[in-house]
Design a protein around this ligand. Structure first.
Ligand code: DLL
Length: 447
């Protein structure tokens, strides 16, 4: 089923014309309203009129996540705050989040693209939807919520976590569609089977999974265990949230990009030059219709490839491959974006903590576990002595526990995630041997 057949099956030359027209408008719009872009264009000697269509896209400057950080919180917004009706946020590269805003029209576009995702996933008006993406600053919960309502699907806004309750709702309400992160879907599948629930007794027929990387093997496992279709959905807060692209259930072969709203490019992350069709590079988007936070050539940091071949589902919109990695050092832990630099800034200025740390990631029962190992200062170590670190003197151990708690709380406040904390003695965290320092040990294996 299509949601917006005319747009979704539009011949590519017509689509390019529409994109060109929208691109010209958005370029003039940002030049007039966003000082960041006016300055950039002026520095480059670029006039909005120089951009005549999509063929001129390469002349425009890139936008990076750090540009949003440098103008935190609202400096890149193109409308006065009175015109905003929603704010969301995701992790920034340091302690402060990346803030995004929406006008009423932006929320309408978001509902439209998310409704298309439901149609792509094989959902239909009249279905019931268990939404297990987090509600809150994260875009997953509310983004999918409004898309479903717009299509005429009844939403159960259960939000993330609480597996016992998710299972109760799956059994008692019998929803047709569910959405969550792929790692959580695996946890849920195992719990259902452990509890002896027969998937055939559940009505749910499709899981819409995204917000973190996953694999074909995970799809096969989930589809078998749950006897459902599992489809991939992609998005990022800066561009809109979920709804940037979604696989069609017919082919499950790449995620159709909502190209009438988000103009994609694949570039070489080192040179910024465009990559030939089908080759892997960094995904870049220009928003064509966003009002509150229009972004020109936004570098997502996500590595993938794009194909423009027509799909067997009949849609003409380009398809992007699974996300194969990151061009930067961003990690996704339990669906939350984490930059090592955030951890660094969280650890800064904690008394008795030295600026040497290491991050160890692993998986326990399909869920990510993050351990932050950080050195104490020489002084602290001298005071409490190495005895403590071998776990003797009880009174002193108390001081170590306290310090661990402080670190844990600070990490939770900065990242929105619970981390395990392990204190190390001076010199125990890895040091650079001259080359790049590897602070992250990622033992999670995506099967
Ligand atoms: O994760 C939006 C979203 C919510 C997408 C629900 C899908 C479902 P952010 O928190 O800003 O937004 O994180 C965006 O997550 O740049 C990717 O690195 C990663 N990501 C999102 N979807 C996928 C996916 C939401 N299907 C960042 N596969 C992006 C791999 C994904 N990575």
């Amino acid at each position: 089923m299509f949601w917006n057949e005319k747009i979704e099956t539009m011949p590519r030359d017509e689509l390019a014309a529409l994109q060109g027209e929208r691109l010209r408008k958005i370029v003039a719009y940002v030049y007039e309203r966003v000082p960041f872009y006016k300055e950039k264009f002026d520095q480059m000697g670029l006039k909005p009129d120089d951009i005549r269509g999509v063929e001129d896209l390469g002349r425009l400057p890139f936008t990076k996540k750090t540009d949003l950080r440098d103008t935190y919180p609202f400096g890149m917004f193109a409308v006065p705050r009175e015109e905003l009706i929603r704010i969301h946020a995701s992790s920034g590269t340091t302690g402060k989040p990346t803030v995004v805003g929406y006008t009423r029209d932006d929320l309408q576009v978001w509902a439209e693209v998310c409704a298309r995702c439901f149609a792509l996933s094989g959902a239909r008006p009249g279905d019931m939807f268990q939404n297990a993406y987090g509600y809150g600053l994260f875009t997953g919960g509310l983004g999918m919520h409004y898309g479903a309502e717009y299509m005429g699907i009844s939403v159960i806004p259960v939000s993330g976590g609480n597996t016992a309750r998710q299972i109760m709702i799956l059994q008692d309400f019998q929803p047709d569609v569910m959405a969550c992160t792929p790692s959580y879907a695996l946890t849920l599948a195992d719990r259902l089977l452990e509890e002896g629930v027969n998937p055939a007794d559940l009505r749910v027929r499709v899981f819409i999974l995204g917000a973190e990387p996953w694999t074909e093997e995970m799809r096969a496992e989930l589809e078998e265990k749950l006897q459902v279709d599992a489809v991939n959905i992609y998005g990022l807060s800066e561009i809109i949230g979920p709804g940037v692209s979604n696989e069609c259930i017919e082919a499950k072969d790449g995620m159709h990009i909502m190209e009438d709203h988000f103009l994609p490019e694949i570039i070489n992350p080192d040179t910024g030059e465009p990559m030939p069709e089908g080759e892997v590079g960094e995904l870049v988007f220009t928003t064509l219709t966003k009002q509150a936070l229009p972004l020109i050539r936004y570098r997502t940091g996500d590595l993938c490839s794009i194909t423009y071949e027509k799909c067997k589902c009949g849609r003409t919109h380009a398809r992007m491959s699974r996300i194969l990695g990151r061009a930067d050092d961003m990690l996704i832990v339990r669906g939350v974006n984490v930059f090592p630099s955030q951890i660094e800034s969280a650890l800064l200025n904690i008394e008795h903590i030295a600026p040497h740390y290491c991050l160890v990631l692993s998986r326990e029962e399909h869920l990510d576990v993050m351990e932050v190992q950080v050195e104490v200062t020489d002084e602290f170590f001298r005071e409490v002595g190495d005895e403590v670190f071998s776990g003797h003197a009880m009174e002193i151990v108390e001081e170590v526990r306290e310090l661990e708690n402080i670190v844990r709380t600070r990490l939770r406040e900065t990242l929105g995630l619970n981390a395990r904390v392990k204190l190390l003695g001076p010199g125990e965290a890895p040091r650079s041997q001259g080359g790049k320092l590897k602070r992250v040990i990622d033992n999670r294996v995506l099967k």
